[in-house]
Design a protein around this ligand. Structure first.
Ligand SMILES: Cc1cc2nc3c(=O)[nH]c(=O)nc-3n(C[C@H](O)[C@H](O)[C@H](O)COP(=O)(O)OP(=O)(O)OC[C@H]3O[C@@H](n4cnc5c(N)ncnc54)[C@H](O)[C@@H]3O)c2cc1C
Length: 522
């Protein structure tokens, strides 16, 4: 590209509208966790969110399935959701979720500012000192002693001059494929179950092949449905689902023009897909498309470089760290940047010079070190969530919703403790941070019961017990167990989490109110 023309924009004086201890940029699950924990540890917190609700990709991107690895305030959140019927298994009612996230932050004393974009960082003497924001009031400044960048795209850190990586280095720097999630109404669950013969994914996959052969789609969007969520609490004959199927590839997820291209392309794909669903899928004959998500589903963009970079090797090896502050349980999950399908492995060279594909094995888990949250170059700035310091494949396995929440909890706690102790975030006594996280219900000192795929960490599963994604008939991208082994070792994540949640509730004196949204929070 020829050199871009530059325009001199001039320096402005803008009002400082807040001075806080901790500024949290972005109100997704990572930002929510950071704000909750910073406030719970005594800090005055402002959370700035560009959209109109908390929850980020979950509530605004319709990623309505979050049950995976709960820790700390995750238990409180799920208790609140459960109490008002907003969660069933892994599936969420998103409107109720938005209210609960808001109520929890307000109760903790966090100030929320919606409809406001962070447009620049304030850096003084090499340290984060706040941000320039823009909303209906125009440009304004926030002063802050500590900042947590939970924008998902690392906006604040990049504005401050922290280096970043973005996209897949082997594939021209393209990001993971993005997905616009569709919200479908009037689905008949009974007919869906009856016609699915135990595997909706398999039915979908066969129907896609049929539709492609009949040229009902002009091109292959994906070989499989990524997931579908049944919204809890609906009439089963006239129910709602969220479907993640649309995909854009060759994405540049920090380029406004390309993000617009992705939205336009996928909105069209969703129109094709609702017709496909009505024609081919059991239970969808009378379904309609309610809407598509207000927030495009960007899985990966800038990864902010910190004192440590989590790698694909760390995931395969189940890495442990002296300064671990969160755990991750998922497998690789990189939606292929340039073609349908997924990348679920890394390639390693063996001693004899040959290459081997390495997957994350079920039952495994790994840790995220504090250093992966403390930005290079700029003091007193932390990151949390999908913009964590990681390589392309490393990020793909630690970007899960509750893992982002857990990173947020660690970053927010660290921001507040570093202030209390009068040290920079980088100089914080990490063992003290770990003890405080443990007190807050985050298990860092004992092996978890289960790891990836909800398989007991103590299981003796070997690679021979597994079906790798390439051979999975439904096209699902997870590494799964053969049926024989499933009976022997597989554990149901939802059940494990339900047990852990019940224990947490009784230990903490919570009562079921069976009330409506938020009643348990009073
Ligand atoms: C289509 C799709 C399907 C997925 N499926 C699953 C799944 O099945 N299970 C799972 O666990 N995970 C899944 N994920 C991953 C998971 O949803 C995300 O990685 C996770 O929710 C990210 O949380 P976050 O808080 O880091 O970022 P986000 O949720 O992206 O939140 C960032 C927030 O910051 C705000 N923001 C951004 N820039 C600015 C700015 N400049 N100023 C102010 N605010 C700003 C945004 O509006 C947003 O609210 C999926 C992701 C996608 C896209």
């Amino acid at each position: 590209m020829s050199e871009m023309e530059k325009f001199a924009w001039g320096a402005k004086e803008i009002p400082v509208v807040r001075s806080v201890d901790v500024l949290v940029a972005g109100g997704g699950y990572a930002g929510f966790g950071a704000a909750m924990c910073a406030a719970r540890n005594g800090a005055k917190v402002l959370l700035v969110e560009q959209l109109s609700a908390l929850g980020g990709l979950v509530t605004m991107g319709y990623v309505a399935l979050t049950f995976s690895y709960i820790e700390g305030i995750g238990f409180e959140l799920f208790h609140a959701l459960k109490n008002c019927g907003a969660v069933k298994g892994r599936f969420l009612d998103l409107e109720k979720t938005k209210v609960i996230l808001e109520q929890m932050l307000l109760k903790e004393g966090v100030e929320i500012l919606y409809g406001t974009s962070i447009v620049d960082a304030i850096v003084e003497n090499g340290a984060a000192a706040g941000a320039v924001i823009f909303n209906k009031s125009g440009f304004q400044a926030i002063r802050a002693k500590r900042s947590v960048d939970a924008t998902g795209d690392g906006d604040l850190a990049v504005f401050a001059g922290v280096p970043c990586e973005c996209g897949c280095p082997e594939l021209d720097g393209y990001n993971q494929a993005s997905s616009l999630v569709m919200h479908v109404g009037n689905v008949d669950f009974e007919a869906m179950d009856a016609g699915s013969h135990g595997s909706f994914e398999l039915v979908w996959r066969e129907a896609i092949d049929k539709a492609m052969a009949a040229k009902e789609y002009p091109y292959m969007i994906d070989k499989r449905v990524n997931w579908q969520v049944r919204v809890p609490g609906r009439d089963p004959h006239h129910a709602e689902v969220y479907i993640c199927y649309a995909h854009s590839r060759k994405c540049r997820c920090t380029d406004g023009f390309d993000l617009t291209r992705q939205l336009i392309e996928q909105r069209q794909q969703c129109q094709w897909t609702i017709e496909f669903c009505r024609k081919h899928l059991p239970g969808f004959a009378n379904a309609w498309l309610i809407d598509t998500a207000p927030l495009l589903g960007v899985r990966e963009s800038r990864r902010i470089m910190c004192d440590y970079k989590v790698t694909g090797d760390d995931l395969v090896d189940g890495a442990r760290f002296e300064d671990a502050v969160a755990r991750a349980m998922h497998a690789f999950d990189a939606h292929h940047p340039t073609e349908p399908g997924h990348i679920k492995h890394i390639v390693r060279r063996k001693a004899d010079g040959t290459e081997e594909k390495c997957y994350v094995n079920p039952g495994q888990w790994r840790e995220i070190p504090y250093r992966a949250l403390v930005t290079k170059k700029i003091e007193n700035m932390l990151v949390a969530g999908r913009n964590v310091s990681a390589d392309f494949m490393g990020q793909s396995g630690i970007r899960l919703v509750l893992e982002c929440l857990n990173m947020g909890q660690a970053a927010g706690t660290a921001a507040a403790l570093s202030l209390k102790d009068g040290v920079t975030a980088r100089k914080l006594d990490v063992q003290k941070l770990r003890s405080r996280l443990e007190e807050m219900g985050i298990n860092l000192f004992h092996a978890p019961e289960y790891g990836q795929s909800g398989i007991a960490a103590s299981s003796k599963i070997t690679p021979a017990d597994l079906i790798y994604p390439e051979n999975n008939p439904s096209g699902q991208a997870n590494v799964v167990l053969t049926d024989k082994a499933r009976g022997k070792y597989a554990m149901n994540v939802s059940e494990i989490e339900a047990d852990r949640m019940e224990k947490y509730l009784s230990d903490n004196g919570y009562a079921q109110t069976d009330g409506d949204v938020g009643t348990n929070l009073e």
